[in-house]
Design a protein around this ligand. Structure first.
Ligand code: PLP
Length: 477
């Protein structure tokens, strides 16, 4: 075939037909999601073994690629949107978000500067303002969309580091210390390391009985570091820990940070969405005094991954750490416009604001609140069932649709190892059914199972089925 014949050309009519087929596939998938196994049964290397080791020399037909997608890829997927997916944390999505994501791909806009896509920058500004109002953060807060909470926390820690170095008249990064709780997400100590903080200067502050950061322990750690001649630099508090959705006392931590002149970053990655409910706004109490805050609409606000909302009180501090220009980037409106490339790590940026706009407009704030309320109601219902069931024990307060529990059969050895093993076995049996998927974690030295709600498709009937299955499998252990 001639090079001319092989050259990829845009064929709008072929695209139209394929896009229609794809829309049908996606609609069927969303309709039938509950019939799939939540987790596949494949073993490592199995999917890879079905993919040719090298790329095709000649282009292939869309139909063949879709056939292979269904034959090779789908059987190897864990279906995060499945109504029986209760693992890790929700990473929910919705039709409005999926449609906007398709548009984003079609537009292919680069959102590094105002000039590279003015509408993308201005929609991002507007969406961050909508989210600020939805969360009830003060007017001084302004924001930018980051890919993940991990990145936002890294950005916060780099900004805190630079500010501390500037203020400590030339003390080296080597002297800086960072504080977070022992229940903080793994991305926090990782972010501190990436920001150049020595691993032995990252303090994992003990938590209280509710798995929230102990403020006296935080104060003691800061004081000890000062006595040792170190330079405390910042605190990362968590609103909704990954393990059990515990909520650090942000107001009290903010007071310590103000007194000690430390940067305060609030990681509300999962739980932050719940603050759009007036009755749950208390979870962000004190966050108005933070220097920065992140929450993930891609976890619990019907926006598909990735979309993290990062708010700062002083964008100038952010710009001091992240501004970088080059001749090719200079544009006529640089003085008058925001260039989001200077608000984070990446130069190239996706047009993520579009899906937020579609989602918030499609469901309205009241629609989103209704979804959150339902998930929280289902979480409470499940917690009540656990509380009422002999042989089960619930761990933690479960205010946010994630319920930690474990099997404690009467007469079973109280030795922690035995119960841990029993609960690991229960988890394995549950996940092997393919009907539901849960994850386990360790809380206060005990191995617990977690049921994390938050998907669009999950109803009370699904939670009831999950509970029946848990009791059935437990009775057979
Ligand atoms: N922080 C908390 C409290 C989380 O629960 C998670 C994810 O579970 C993260 C941070 C990391 O989020 P991301 O995947 O957006 O980096």
């Amino acid at each position: 075939m001639s090079a001319e014949a092989l050259f990829p050309r845009l064929d709008p009519e072929a695209f139209r037909s394929q896009a229609h087929q794809l829309a049908d596939w996606m609609a069927d998938y969303l309709r039938d999601l509950g019939h799939y196994r939540v987790q596949p049964t494949v073993t490592p290397g199995e999917i890879r073994g079905r993919i040719p080791p090298g790329p095709p020399e000649q282009g292939e037909a869309f139909e063949r690629i879709m056939e292979d997608f269904e034959r090779i890829i789908v059987p190897g997927l864990t279906h995060w949107g499945h109504p029986g997916f209760f693992g890790y944390f929700p990473a929910n999505t919705s039709p409005a978000s999926i449609l906007a994501e398709m548009l984003t791909a079609a537009l292919g806009a680069q959102c590094m500067s105002w000039n590279t896509s003015p509408a993308a920058t201005e929609l991002e500004q507007a969406m961050m303002e909508w989210l600020r109002r939805m969360l009830g953060l003060p007017e001084g807060f302004t924001g930018v969309i980051q890919d993940t909470a991990s990145t936002a926390t890294l950005v916060a820690l780099i900004t805190a580091r630079d500010q501390a170095v500037r203020r400590s008249s030339g003390r080296a990064v080597d002297a800086l210390t960072v504080y977070t709780s022992e229940e903080a997400n793994s991305s926090v100590p990782k972010g501190a390391r990436l920001a150049g903080i020595r691993p032995d200067h990252i303090r994992l502050i003990p938590t209280d009985a509710a798995a929230a950061m102990s403020v006296p322990a935080l104060e003691a750690a800061i004081a000890a570091d000062r006595v040792a001649g170190l330079v405390p630099c910042g605190v990362v508090s968590t609103v909704g820990t990954t393990g059990s959705t515990a909520i650090d006392p942000v107001r009290a931590i903010a007071e310590v940070c103000r007194r000690e002149d430390l940067w305060l970053h609030v990681d509300a990655a999962f739980a932050g969405s719940a603050a759009i409910l007036p009755e749950m706004r208390w979870i962000l109490d004190g966050a108005e005094h933070a220097d920065s805050l992140v929450f993930n609409p891609h976890k619990w606000l019907l926006v598909n991954f990735d979309c993290s909302a990062y708010f700062v009180r002083d964008p100038a501090a952010l710009l001091r750490s992240f501004s970088a220009s080059a001749e090719i980037l200079k544009a006529a409106y640089d003085d008058a416009a925001v260039n989001f490339r200077d608000w984070g790590i990446q130069l190239g940026r996706r047009f993520r604001a579009l899906k937020l706009w579609f989602v918030i407009r499609t469901y309205g704030v009241e629609g989103l609140r209704a979804m959150l309320r339902e998930h929280i109601r289902l979480g409470k219902l499940f917690a009540d069932w656990v509380d009422g069931e002999p042989g089960f024990e619930r761990i933690g307060a479960a205010p946010l649709a994630t319920v930690c529990f474990r099997l404690v059969p009467a007469g079973e050895s109280e030795l922690a190892g035995d119960l841990d093993r029993l609960n690991r076995d229960l988890l394995e049996r549950l996940n092997a059914t393919g009907k539901i998927f849960l994850t386990g974690t360790r809380l206060k030295g005990r191995y617990v199972l977690r049921l994390a709600l938050g998907h669009l498709t999950t109803t009370e009937a699904h939670v009831r089925e999950a509970w029946d299955l848990i009791r059935r499998e437990a009775s057979e252990l």
